[in-house]
Design a protein around this ligand. Structure first.
Ligand SMILES: [Mn+2]
Length: 339
């Protein structure tokens, strides 16, 4: 890390970003380019990934001695933080944090440094918009990155085929980023994201090495679910509890049965037996006709969102998981039949 001896100018700028997230990596990359081209007060940039965890999210030691930017992650009132961009609904950990942010906006001291707007689908597009409209940032070269950050963070895939076959480089990069084991991947990837097309980033040997085993596991998961899944009265079901897995692509059921409205899947990992309940994102049915899956899952001690929920049981309580799944399947099929 290069450091100059005098003043704030020429110091390293630390970018703290949402780790294991495509939008987080793209946000860090776009922020870096924006800062270098439009602000120019740092001689180098370093990267620190952040993850959601119980209790305090920030450690003062995470912040560097120069400027610090937090992107696509919660607000921190630390005086070391000089830039902040976020678009999450739950951006403030406490009312005090929110009051701190609002104070800086009301007195004008931070209106050109801290930006929050939950209407943006991705933080990448928020940074690009603020940069372009308030600082004259040229975002034309970033069109591909911004488009894909919006698609991935908003889960707005055009089809189950696009989500499962993962032909687009951004989809494969997302898989690699989400499976990263440490901060090293982000540090290597972030500087490349704004410098070259996604296809070329994906072609880097260190990315290809990580992608190979992930895609192999993905295709195996697809074949396993294909061999088990059936659809009846709009509800796709499958049981793969006999083949423990640490996860599968949640769009696979709709790829296999595009006409299915819901899917109820039973799976097992090292720490739980899981009933996953989802709604086909490409269903032509209007929202008011769809079941609220969070409410259904809560009845069994689970939870989630209106369109997707889950219930976890201890690994050895497959019997309970199976009977909950059976009841939910019957309920969703009755709804479909009732129209
Ligand atoms: Mn985001």
């Amino acid at each position: 890390m290069r450091r100059s001896l005098t003043g704030a100018y020429g110091l390293d700028l630390r970018v703290l970003y949402h780790d294991k997230c495509f939008d987080g990596a793209c946000s860090a990359s776009v922020f870096t380019r924006f800062h270098r081209e439009c602000v120019g007060t740092a001689s180098s940039y370093s990267y620190q990934g952040l993850v959601h965890r119980a209790g305090a999210l920030f450690d003062e030691g995470d912040f560097g001695n120069g400027e610090n930017a937090i992107v696509d992650f919660k607000y921190s009132p630390s005086e070391k933080v000089t830039w902040w961009f976020d678009h999450h609904l739950s951006a403030f950990l406490t009312p005090e944090d929110q009051a701190d942010y609002e104070r800086g906006q009301a007195d004008g001291s931070e209106t050109m440094r801290k930006f929050y707007d939950p209407k943006y689908v991705s933080c990448t597009s928020l940074i690009a918009h603020v940069g372009a409209t308030k600082f004259g940032f040229d975002v034309k070269p970033l069109a591909e990155l911004i488009k894909w950050a919006d698609i991935v963070d908003g889960a707005k895939y055009e089809s189950a085929k696009a989500a499962v076959e993962m032909a687009a480089p951004a989809m494969k990069l997302t898989a690699v980023i989400e499976s990263a084991q440490d901060g090293e991947l982000g540090r290597r990837l972030i500087p490349l994201l704004t410098e070259m097309p996604l296809e070329q980033v994906l072609d880097q040997p260190f990315v290809q090495n990580l992608l190979g085993p992930l895609m192999e596991r993905h295709w195996k998961g697809l074949e396993l679910i294909r061999s088990r899944a059936t659809v009846e009265r709009g509800v796709i079901t499958f049981d793969i509890t006999d083949q423990p897995t640490e996860g599968y692509n949640k769009f696979i059921p709709y790829y296999l049965f595009p006409g299915g409205t819901y899917n109820v899947g039973l799976s097992k990992s090292s720490f739980r037996t899981k009933v996953a309940v989802g709604t086909n994102p490409w269903t032509p049915l209007p929202a008011e006709k769809l079941a609220n899956l969070a409410v259904i899952c809560e009845r069994y001690g689970g939870g989630g969102h209106a369109r997707v929920g889950a219930i976890s049981f201890p690994p050895d309580r497959e019997d309970q998981a199976r009977s909950a799944a059976k009841e939910i399947i019957a309920e969703l099929r009755a709804r479909e039949t009732a129209g």
